[in-house]
Unconditional design. Structure first.
Lengths: 467, 310
């Protein structure tokens, strides 16, 4: 079975490289825009969280691998080679309360490019007209960041362009699988298979005699991302929980529907195979170590986990696998949908919007910038740029990444879709966190979890009805 | 007659000029307070009666709609219940501080007393965030230090998630608060204890009063002003509790676990920052203001805090 996985991975890698070769015929890289005054003198202000904040201006040292991560000064330097008089005023902020901070800064009128602004779509310019006017741009990029907005809830607005993407992968500890004599799954596995494997791999390891646990939920202590767990499973069973409408007051949602309840039930079942810490949710054990006792982990940041695996002394111990497949709908047979991204947007009140757009094009197409992303352990949103990860992670792991990010419908995003909305449906993400947290601890049933989320959402929607 | 008027007018002008000089010293503070405290407070009241847009903060009159809305929200009433419950549990620091102060006072004015005074006050000057992060580990259900201690004492495994279980989270949060604030309550109690005249105790001893009688008839009645002060200030800070519970919830105002640690301030925060609906958050803020005012007036009345001693 392990050989079959490898063969499938290699086939996927070949498919990806072939598609990249097809794109290679399109003109690559970034070129100076002749329509802009190259001698223009202005300052472009960038504000928000994300990659710029995490690497810093002069760089940082990855604590796991000890490798130096280059800072964003490298990007600024390349930009100024093209436009020496257009200065970049980079103002990175941490993730804490980022939405409120970004909203305040943008409404202050001092921001041109919002880093990670796509979710705050009402603060961003609609980029669709610019994309349509830019022939060939979308051939170079993998996806756009589109979101539903409170102003026009049933029409997705392209509010940003991602510069890096972050897939959610499953990390299978092949050592634990081997100790139990359990075969590794194939990419065609289902969520029921996941439960069965987690069950088989929870107990006393027959070889080491140590306690092992079958499963670990992603983002266990992260309020903003914990909803991923419900979203990806509900999506696999058809989603269709939130029904968008022309007005927010007309939006309806049913968290008791079949796909949602299935997700709550699977989460409850999987919680039986979590470690005590994984259930309690006070400490999030995300690091791959030589002492690892969790057989199946679902995590983002593949580069980081590769570095951890190397530090643990055996990078091949963990097999990278795509999420279980969707079982219903057009995406049936493809991995469950879930993809994070770092994006750039243009502030709706920017007085240098054309330059902001130029900067976004530069960040998503320039070859040196794509290499910078890979050097900072990120996966570019640029199709050609994505091939740059192969030397770092190897073909087999790259294939898993390509497969994980390869089958998303155009415009799909994990902030506003038919399973969740973190942008304008009140405290939905936060309520989901509370409900799932209690469900995993065994304090409430799936029905009660659905009740909690539904009641809070209904109360929020009622506030719009009265407007 | 005219001369008198002229002199009087001049005197008044001089007085005004002199007063203006003094007022100029507080002008900056006055303007700052007006701009940064009273203006936002008034704006909050206006917003609570308005529909407010995110872009441009345009407010349109909405009457009491926002109040009606929050009163119909289960989450709002849960947050009120949590706030009151946690505030009342937090009052445990007053009797504990009193007993601790008595114990330390009994050591007499000695280096040992100074040592304990400083040691018990120390948690107050440690950065709150680090204390909370440490306590998350101390109060963990799985291998937490408190559970380890209880398991040893009780002779059987204890796995209570003091901060992660909906059932016990109020107690866990109170343990944390008590540890952090006990030193302050002790210090205020100690200062008050040491201000009681020793002559009263000497006279009581001559009359044959034992330690218990002295405690009931001298110490506790003389501590009334101290208890009132601590009651009022603890209730006010309890009603505005936020930071520690926000961190316990994973930097979220959701009140994890199960919403049991969401105070009214966290409810307001959610509708101010997580999902901006300024009308709702302002209505919550006005309600909190009125609730704090009522509790404070009630406490002051019941305890006679500002009554002059006769």
């Amino acid at each position: 079975m392990k050989i079959a996985t490898k063969i499938l991975s290699l086939m996927l890698a070949v498919a990806m490289l072939t598609s990249v070769a097809a794109f290679a015929s399109a003109e690559g890289g970034y070129a100076v825009n002749p329509n802009l005054d190259a001698n223009a003198s202005l300052t472009l202000t960038l504000y928000g969280p994300g990659l710029f904040a995490s690497v810093g201006e002069t760089g940082s040292i990855d604590l796991t691998s000890g490798i130096t991560i280059p800072g964003y000064e490298r990007v600024v330097k390349v930009w100024n080679q093209y436009y020496p008089n257009v200065k970049l005023d980079v103002q990175p902020i941490p993730w804490s309360d980022w939405q409120a901070n970004v909203a305040t800064a943008v409404m202050g009128g001092d921001v041109d490019v919002i880093m990670h602004g796509a979710t705050l779509a009402t603060l961003c310019e609609d980029l669709q007209p610019r994309i349509e006017a830019e022939a060939g741009l979308m051939d170079k990029l993998y996806l756009v960041a589109s979101r539903y907005t409170a102003d026009q809830p049933d029409v997705a607005k392209v509010s940003g362009i991602p510069y890096t993407v972050t897939p959610l992968l499953v990390y299978l500890d092949s050592k634990i699988f081997a100790d139990y004599g359990v075969e590794l799954p194939t990419a065609a596995w289902t969520w029921e298979d996941m439960i069965e494997l987690a069950k088989q791999l929870t107990g006393t390891d027959p070889v080491t005699g140590e306690q092992t646990y079958g499963y670990k939920f992603t983002s266990r202590t992260a309020n903003n991302n914990f909803y991923f767990n419900h979203m990806m499973i509900a999506g696999a069973f058809g989603g269709n929980i939130i029904h968008y409408a022309p007005k927010v007051s007309e939006i309806t949602a049913d968290y008791h529907c079949e796909s949602s309840m299935k997700a709550f039930e699977i989460i409850q079942e999987l919680s039986n195979y979590c470690s005590p810490d994984g259930k309690e949710g006070v400490v999030d054990d995300t690091v791959l170590t030589a002492q690892n006792n969790i057989a199946i982990r679902v995590e983002q940041s593949p580069f980081t986990h590769l570095a951890e695996a190397k530090s643990a002394g055996d990078e091949n111990r963990w097999v990278w696998m795509t999420l279980p497949v969707n079982e219903v709908g057009e995406g049936a047979g493809k991995p469950s949908y879930m993809l994070g991204e770092n994006n750039l947007s243009i502030a709706y009140n920017s007085d240098a919007a054309d330059w902001a757009w130029e900067f976004i094009k530069f960040m998503t197409t320039d070859d040196e910038v794509q290499q910078w992303y890979v050097d900072t352990n990120n996966i570019p949103n640029n199709v050609e740029g994505q091939t740059l990860i192969v030397p770092s992670v190897g073909e087999e792991k790259a294939a898993a990444i390509y497969a994980a990010i390869g089958d998303l419908p155009y415009g799909w995003n994990n902030a506003t879709n038919d399973c969740i909305n973190t942008a304008f449906l009140g405290t939905l993400a936060s309520d989901m966190y509370v409900a799932l947290d209690s469900l995993i601890k065994g304090e409430i049933t799936p029905v009660e979890a659905a009740d909690y989320v539904q009641n809070n959402l209904d109360a929020f929607l009622k506030s719009y009805e009265e407007k | 007659m005219q001369g008198k008027v002229t002199v009087s007018t001049r005197q008044r002008r001089n007085r005004i000029r002199t007063n203006l000089t003094w007022y100029s010293f507080i002008l900056v503070s006055l303007v700052t307070v007006l701009l940064l405290v009273y203006l936002p407070t008034l704006t909050t009241v206006v917003y609570s009666l308005s529909d407010v847009d995110l872009q441009g903060f345009q407010a349109t009159w909405a009457g009491l709609k926002n109040f009606k809305l929050i009163f119909s929200m289960n989450g709002f009433w849960t947050s009120i219940l949590n706030t009151l419950g946690l505030s009342l549990l937090g009052l445990i620091t007053i009797p504990l501080g009193f007993f601790l102060a008595n114990a330390i006072n009994s050591l007499g004015r000695s280096p040992l007393q100074s040592f304990f005074r400083v040691m018990f006050y120390m948690p107050n000057i440690i950065t709150g965030v680090s204390v909370i992060l440490i306590f998350q580990v101390v109060l963990k259900g799985n291998d937490g230090m408190l559970n380890g201690f209880l398991s040893t004492v009780l002779g059987h495994p204890v796995t209570i998630g003091w901060l992660s279980s909906s059932k016990y989270s109020w107690y866990g949060a109170t343990i944390l608060l008590t540890w952090a604030n006990l030193g302050y309550a002790m210090l205020i109690n100690l200062a008050s204890l040491q201000s009681i005249s020793t002559e009263l105790y000497e006279a009581a001893s001559i009359d044959g009063a034992n330690a218990w009688r002295k405690m009931l008839s001298i110490t506790i009645p003389n501590m009334r002003a101290c208890f009132s002060f601590l009651l009022v200030t603890n209730m006010i800070s309890g009603l505005a509790r936020f930071t520690d519970l926000y961190i316990i919830g994973g930097n979220s105002a959701s009140g994890k676990p199960g919403g049991t640690l969401q105070t009214i301030l966290m409810f307001i925060f959610q509708y101010s920052f997580d999902s901006p609906q300024y009308g709702i958050s302002s209505a919550g803020a006005v309600f909190l203001f009125l609730m704090t005012l009522c509790f404070t007036v009630l406490n002051v009345k019941l305890t006679g805090m500002f009554k002059e001693e006769k």
